[in-house]
Structure formats: structure tokens, C-alpha cells
Ligand binder design. Structure first.
Ligand code: ATP
Ligand code: ZN
Length: 286
């Protein structure tokens, strides 16, 4: 029988869509039509377990699942021993300390002797002792943001992404404790066969991530401007240059990275590039 790798993903919630989308972009077909607990992928040796995110680190540590997709926040809070094998670029958020907007607390030392509500007692306690602040940690599992308003706590330690929840609850952030995104975790000792499947999955994930961070650029330029333009195009290796039907002109094709993208396009234009086309890349294998 062919070996299969078992992956744990969130059953529903903020990481579900991103996890399924990632598998799809890797060309792996998983149908979770009937809300099942486990599903075998149609065209890859992968079995998907749908679980609550909080349980994923433990399942992977105990080898019930071989690998899993979970937020770094949940992983850090769990204290479980797994290997983080890839950052996945979605589910980005931060774990922050926030206080009432109109109160007189401004900085972390103002939390001395105060009561802080959180669903992340382990990370918070670590942070407080590292900063030599003694405060009492009050654990609540949901709607942490309302704790100060109902008099349950003086401050909160909670996940923030846009900050709109803090805003609606008249809270302000005073410190970021942890930056988080979804990561792929793995049991530290996989069999060689499972390791091989994981590597081929990671190879696909990296190709998808790389493609997202790069764009294919086509542009036209007069031949005498080409040297200046080449200097602005680091590309994968060197750009492809094709002659245009109009004499003295060339078409240049290259790959440029998403960061610094607009800046580079402006420089290309200023250097004499015309008819610039930007095309998304679906997969990119270096
Ligand atoms: P479960 O039912 O699986 O226990 P949950 O309610 O604990 O789900 P979600 O709210 O779905 O969890 O969040 C899952 C993960 O999504 C978080 O642990 C975090 O890594 C990530 N995330 C990204 N942005 C946010 C945000 N603004 N608030 C909360 N979590 C976020
Ligand atoms: Zn959860």
C-alpha cells in the first residue's frame, strides 16, 4: 500500500479558507462536502483531518496527524513540540496588549498590579515575567475585548488584525507581544516515506508562494535605452529580449518581485520603457 501523510487543518474559522485554498493551488483536490472529519485527497497521498485549531499542535506532537496548519499564536500558547517547516503567508495577525482609549495607562509598566484578560495566559505570563511586571492574568475564552467595559479587567491581551474590534470597543494597543501567521508544522520524526511526501508538498507550496511574490513584466523600449532598462531588471537570470517589427525597438520580458514593485515600474518608465504589461505568475519553480 502506498504511504499517505495525514494533515490537520482547522475545521471552520479564520484559517479554513486559506488552508483549503493553499491545497487547491498546490493542485491537490480535497472535497469536504459532507462536513466530514477526515477526507482523502483525490490526486495526492494526503489525508485531511478537520479539527479545532487549538487541538492541532497536540495532534501533531502525538503523531495522530503527521503535519498541520495552525497559527503561530496557537502553537506558541500550546507549548507543544513540533517542527515549524514553512510560513504560509495567510492568517496574519498580532497578539497585542490593549487598554481603554480614554484611561491613563499608556505603556506596559502601567500594567503593574492590574488585571489583564486574555485567551493566551501562557504567552502573556511569559511576557510579563520577562518585563518584570506583576499583573493578574484572567483567562477567558471568547470576546476578550469586552472585558474592560464590563469591569472584568483593566486591560486585555488579544489577537488584532485590522484593529477595528479594538476601535469599536474604545481600546488602544500599547504593545505587540507576538506577530503571527499560519504555519505548516510537522511531527519531528516522520518516516522517510512521509518525509518525502512532505517535501513534495513543500516544493509545491514554495512554488505557489514565490509566484505570488513575483510578476511577469513585458515592455517595449528603443534599443539605445536597453542597458539602462536591464539595470532595473534583476530578473531570475537575465531578461529575454526579442526584436520588434519596428526597427530599433525591442520587447523585454522579465520577472520582478512584488516588493518595491511600483517604484521599479516608475523607474522603468522614466528610463524609456513603453507599453508595459504586468502579468500574474501562476507557479514559479526556481
Ligand atoms: P476553533 O473553533 O478552531 O477553535 P477559533 O475561534 O479559536 O477557532 P478563529 O477565530 O477561527 O479561531 O482564528 C483562527 C486563527 O486565525 C487564530 O488563531 C489566528 O492565528 C488567526 N487570525 C488571523 N486574524 C485574526 C483575528 N483578527 N482575530 C483572531 N484570529 C485571527
Ligand atoms: Zn480555537
Amino acid at each position: 500500500m502506498q504511504e499517505t501523510i495525514k494533515i490537520a487543518v482547522q475545521k471552520s474559522g479564520r484559517l479554513y479558507e486559506g488552508s483549503m485554498k493553499m491545497l487547491k493551488e498546490c493542485g491537490i483536490e480535497v472535497s469536504n462536502g459532507n462536513n466530514q472529519l477526515r477526507v482523502q485527497a483525490a490526486n495526492f497521498p494526503l489525508e485531511v483531518f478537520f479539527l479545532r485549531d487549538d487541538d492541532i499542535p497536540e495532534y501533531v506532537q502525538d503523531a495522530v496527524a503527521d503535519i498541520g496548519i495552525v497559527g503561530e499564536n496557537v502553537l506558541a500558547e500550546s507549548g507543544k513540540k513540533t517542527d515549524t517547516v514553512e510560513k504560509l503567508g495567510f492568517g496574519k495577525c498580532r497578539l497585542s496588549l490593549a487598554v481603554p482609549k480614554n484611561g491613563n495607562m499608556q505603556k506596559i509598566s502601567d500594567l503593574e498590579g492590574k488585571k489583564i484578560a486574555t485567551s493566551y495566559p501562557s504567552i502573556l505570563s511569559g511576557f510579563l515575567s520577562q518585563h518584570k511586571i506583576s499583573a493578574s492574568v484572567h483567562v477567558i475564552s471568547g470576546s476578550v475585548e469586552i472585558a474592560p467595559r464590563i469591569g472584568l479587567a483593566d486591560a486585555i491581551c488579544d489577537l488584532v488584525s485590522s484593529g477595528s474590534t479594538l476601535f469599536t470597543n474604545e481600546l488602544k494597543e500599547i504593545e505587540t507581544i507576538l506577530q503571527s501567521e499560519a504555519v505548516m508544522i510537522s511531527h519531528p520524526q516522520l518516516t522517510p516515506a512521509k518525509k518525502q511526501i512532505l517535501n513534495s508538498l513543500l516544493f509545491r507550496i514554495q512554488a505557489v508562494k514565490k509566484a505570488k511574490n513575483n510578476k511577469y513584466v513585458l515592455l517595449n523600449a528603443p534599443n539605445e535605452k536597453l542597458d539602462d532598462i536591464f539595470r532595473l531588471l534583476p530578473g531570475m537570470k537575465s531578461p529575454t529580449v526579442l526584436p520588434l517589427a519596428a526597427s530599433g525597438w525591442s520587447s523585454v520580458h522579465s520577472v520582478i518581485s512584488e516588493e518595491d514593485f511600483w517604484n521599479r515600474i516608475e523607474l522603468l518608465k522614466a528610463a524609456g520603457a513603453e507599453g508595459i504589461l504586468i502579468i500574474p505568475i501562476e507557479k514559479m519553480i526556481a
